[in-house]
Ligand binder design. Structure first.
Ligand code: NDP
Length: 457
């Protein structure tokens, strides 16, 4: 394993290397999962040097193997009565800190490796929120694009007909992710309620307000990302004011990251979808983006019909050639490679913070860290969504609703606390300023200590 952040070769390093080697042999084809594990492992050497009990109790081997992986057939009928079959997954990775918690992704690229990488990341992200939630992820290779509302509803119902027996408010609490928003969560919850015959609102989060959902959940990941970057900037005696920002994606996370960045006085000049990106030198008109993506489900290319000064370019990766002060990747995994990172750096980027999960590959992360770019890793920077999901669970349990401002204030405080935890852990273990190491260590230690307290099982 390459060790870009740490140099020591020690018993700790040998132990970590050996667990990773075994994992590579066992799951040779699960590239995304191995990448996510490697990114965490390289940060942990200083922790294992100070905690020999983690080695003695083989904590790493226990943490990298999911508690269970549920995989099931989902059969549904389209509007022409044709029968289709998809694969459904739920990876329940760890419930050391609390009930399994993590979103559902509906996208044709979904497979076991992607589910495992996302669930693995989720363990440490959820631990960082300081709220009592474990790590999980799920989804299906179902492609929602081009499907009618009735088809989406029937698919969600078929998916929950299989999943319901494995989830529950104190067991496992799914939510949304790519391709799963408030509408899908509503259909999933409706089916769960029908089967169980009980109103267990806490079984799913991301429900729509008025139907058990929390205000500010829709905005939470994007707003939380910007609150996290605000902390990074404040430490560098900077702010969002008049900064040029590029955001990839134009889905839930991207839209609300743009909204809050604009609110803080930044100029957002570009965003994208899976076909291409738009550059608007006058600053993105978010009303147009919301109308296109949230209301009409159109392609981002149509933006230029409303803003003639904007330019549309085919392909996703070109967005990173646009000069900016702050880059916020908010689309999907591995969208920034080493080359894209070098281009961003050459064009003067000062801050990169991840709204998506694992959008930067390991080479890109090293480029940012080695070139003085402030880098906010996903498991810390995008934790605002799941943190607000946990606030939704709290509201559901106590049968109360908080106002938008109450939730938003709690979210803001949580993001500040996550930043402080990452910064403090990095300093404590000798990597001041390295939030990747800080996030991995702060997230990991809580889970490892919990595991030891539970005993071997
Ligand atoms: P959405 O489905 O709402 O939006 C995803 C967006 O990314 C769409 O605009 C999509 O375009 C675009 N996209 C997909 N692939 C690419 C690509 N290769 N290049 C450029 N754009 C692309 O998902 P979310 O906004 O919810 O999720 C985005 C990311 O954030 C994911 O990594 C997710 O795991 C992560 N995340 C989400 C959270 C949440 O609360 N929603 C919480 C924490 C993390 P198109 O419309 O063409 O598909």
């Amino acid at each position: 394993m390459t060790t870009p952040y740490v140099n020591a070769k020690s018993e700790a390093q040998t132990y970590i290397d050996s667990v990773f080697e075994q994992l590579k042999l066992k799951y040779a084809h699960q590239n995304e999962f191995l990448q996510a594990v490697e990114e965490v492992f390289v940060s942990l050497v200083p922790v294992f040097e100070q905690h020999p009990e983690y080695i003695k109790n083989n904590v790493l081997s226990r943490i990298v193997e999911p508690d269970r992986i549920i995989s099931f057939r989902v059969t549904w009928q389209d509007d022409q009565n044709n029968v289709h079959v998809n694969r459904g997954y739920r990876v329940q990775f760890s419930n050391v800190v609390g009930p399994y918690k993590g979103g559902l992704r509906f996208h044709p690229t979904v497979n076991e490796s992607i589910m495992k990488f996302l669930a693995f990341e989720q363990i440490f992200k959820n631990s960082l929120t300081t709220l009592p939630i474990g790590g999980a992820k799920g989804g299906s290779d179902f492609d929602p694009k081009g499907k009618s509302n009735s088809e989406i509803m029937r698919f969600c119902q078929a998916f929950m007909t299989e999943l319901y027996r494995y989830v529950g408010p104190d067991v496992d609490v799914p939510a949304g992710d790519i391709g799963v928003g408030g509408r899908e969560v509503g259909y999933l919850y409706g089916q769960y309620k029908r089967i169980r015959g009980a109103h267990e609102a806490g079984v799913l989060t991301g429900k729509q307000p008025g139907y058990g959902g929390s205000l500010a959940r829709k905005e939470a990941t994007g707003y939380g990302l910007v609150y996290f970057v605000e902390e990074m900037l404040q430490d560098a005696k900077e702010s969002f004011l008049n900064k040029t920002v590029v955001v990839s994606g134009s889905g839930n996370v991207a839209i609300y990251a743009m909204e809050k960045a604009q609110h803080f006085g930044a100029k957002v000049v570009a965003c994208s979808d899976s076909n291409g990106y738009i550059y608007d030198p006058n600053g993105i008109d978010l009303k147009v983006v919301k109308e296109l993506k949230e209301v009409n489900g159109e392609r981002i290319s149509n933006y230029v019909n409303y803003r003639p000064d904007a330019v549309y370019s085919e392909g996703c990766s070109g967005i990173w050639t646009i000069p900016c002060d702050i880059a916020l990747p908010c689309a999907t995994q591995n969208e920034i490679d080493g080359e894209a990172a070098r281009t961003l750096i050459a064009n003067g980027v000062k801050v990169v913070a991840e709204g998506a999960n694992m959008p930067s590959n390991i080479e890109a992360i090293n480029e940012f860290l080695n070139n003085g770019v402030l880098f906010g890793p996903a498991k810390a920077a995008n934790a605002g969504g799941v943190a607000t999901s946990a606030l939704e669970m709290a509201q559901n349990s106590s049968r109360v609703y908080w106002s938008f401002n109450e939730v938003d204030e709690k979210l803001h405080d949580i993001m500040k606390s996550i930043y402080t935890q990452c910064k403090t852990a990095a300093e404590k273990y000798g990597y001041a300023g390295n939030l990747v190491v800080g996030a991995n260590i702060a997230g990991f230690v809580k889970v490892a200590d919990g595991l030891l307290k539970e005993g071997v099982y």
